[in-house]
Design a protein around this ligand. Structure first.
Ligand code: UD1
Length: 414
């Protein structure tokens, strides 16, 4: 668990790591080529280790030097181990690349998770449009066939489905057009990586066009983690502190910065830095999560924590996942006043939160509870640490570096 003695304003600088959600598809892209793929600024996180274990299980060799990872060798195995895919949804991205390279792929369904049902129908129908023959049998997706170009319309701009189709498209010498694609910075980063591996990638107003074939090894630096960055911005804000983020892309955080400014928090952006200068008594907000460039669902729990201490009422509409509310019950136990009405989280600001023992149900719920703990009176013990460590590199060091009184403690049930 992580233990926090709250009530100290955070201050200082924090370096932001490479983006987990950009590193995960980039690691899968290594399946497309036998030559070395060198990825830089790869964060040390459980999810990254899981994705590396997946490509190793499929025949690749992995070497790590600090935050640089080299992946090489032929992907020879068409069956993804259930034990790995069941740990993390992003491992399902290996379906398209394995099919393209080996002519067949057998990947277990990633299953639901605590934030919603999270189906993969768009991944499967998209690959079918490109020529895959797909059968789902006893929870395993079996894909066969030779892929060809075509137009795929996504009824929702799913991040994972867009990435799946980009990865497959990079191997197809005729045009693949993804209409209504996701435009998250992590998707664009995958597009840049595939382009530097030799694919032609064009991002147009309503579609992404990719023409592949002739891929080769390359080097690629992963973009900064905008969700980690947003979490530390909110940590500065909720403690009434002064925090500067280093090595970030401010334009990836436009939606959060606008909300913070609307609440009366001063935010200053430099070229690769953002600083937050908080004051007490911030205002509430009305926010709805949406695909990029809208407000990211991955910052909704942390924003909810911040708004529990705002003046007046806030409403946060969760529009991306149907049940991303695992943090709400735990925040209530810390003294927050929140009600759920359908997809709306209605928050009445309170004067203070009180530390207690709470449980993280997923990565971002864990982050929200840490933020609440940093601002709360007394000691907060956040259990379910393994969730937090899936998404936040060196979280203890980074928080302590900003002056937090926080430490990790081993327990039999973290
Ligand atoms: C990715 C991110 C996750 C983030 C999410 C939305 C990674 C590893 N994870 O997840 O952190 O919260 O984007 O920004 O990058 N959907 C379908 N059918 C599909 C696929 C998705 O209905 O085939 C629905 C989902 O149930 C969900 C919505 O689309 O309601 C968004 O999901 P998607 O954009 O695919 O998210 P992920 O790629 O799973």
């Amino acid at each position: 668990m992580i233990i926090i003695r709250g009530g100290r304003p955070l201050s200082g600088r924090v370096e932001i790591s490479g983006a987990k959600n950009a590193a995960l598809p980039a690691i899968v892209a290594s399946l497309l080529i036998p030559e070395p793929l060198v990825l830089k600024r790869v964060p040390r996180l459980l999810d990254v280790e899981t994705q590396l274990a997946l490509v190793e299980a499929l025949g690749k060799q992995v070497e790590r030097w600090g935050d640089v990872i080299t992946i090489r060798g032929e992907a020879k195995i068409a069956t993804a181990p259930r034990e790995i895919v069941s740990r993390m949804r992003a491992s399902f991205l290996c379906l398209g690349p394995l099919l393209a390279r080996l002519g067949e792929a057998h990947v277990p369904l990633p299953g639901g998770c605590v934030i919603g049902a999270r189906p993969v129908d768009l991944h499967l129908s998209g690959l079918e449009r490109l020529g895959a023959k797909i059968q789902v049998d006893e929870g395993v997706v079996h894909a066969r066939g030779k892929l060809h170009g075509g137009e795929v319309w996504l009824r929702y701009p799913s991040v994972g489905a867009t990435e799946q189709l980009l990865l497959a498209g990079a191997t197809i010498p005729t045009r693949v057009e993804i209409v209504n694609p996701a435009r998250e910075p992590e998707v664009m980063d995958l597009g840049r990586l595939l382009a530097s591996m030799g694919a032609e990638v064009e991002v147009l107003e309503d579609r992404i066009v990719i023409r592949g074939g002739g891929l080769h090894g390359t080097e690629h630096e992963v973009i900064p983690d905008r969700i980690e960055a947003g979490t530390y911005l909110l940590a500065g804000a909720i403690t009434g502190g002064e925090v500067e983020l280093m090595d970030v892309c401010p334009e990836h955080l436009t939606a959060l910065i606008a909300e913070l400014e609307g609440c009366g928090v001063a935010v200053r952006c430099g070229e690769n830095a953002i600083s937050v200068l908080a004051r007490e008594n911030w205002l509430g907000a009305e926010v709805e999560t949406a695909p990029y460039p809208g407000f990211p669902t991955d910052l909704q729990p942390q924003l909810t924590a911040f708004l529990t201490l705002a003046r007046g009422r806030s409403i946060i509409w969760e529009r991306v996942f149907e049940s991303r509310f695992g943090h709400v019950g735990e925040l209530l136990r810390m003294g927050a006043r929140i009600t759920l009405q359908g997809q709306a989280i209605i928050v009445e600001g309170v004067e203070e939160l009180r530390g207690t023992e709470v449980v993280a149900t997923d990565i971002r719920a864990g982050a929200a509870l840490v933020l609440a703990g940093l601002a709360a009176r007394g000691e907060t013990r956040v259990k379910g640490l393994e969730h937090l460590l899936r998404g936040y590199e060196n979280v203890e060091e980074k928080l302590v570096g900003l002056g937090a009184n926080a430490w990790l403690e081993e327990t039999s049930a973290t």
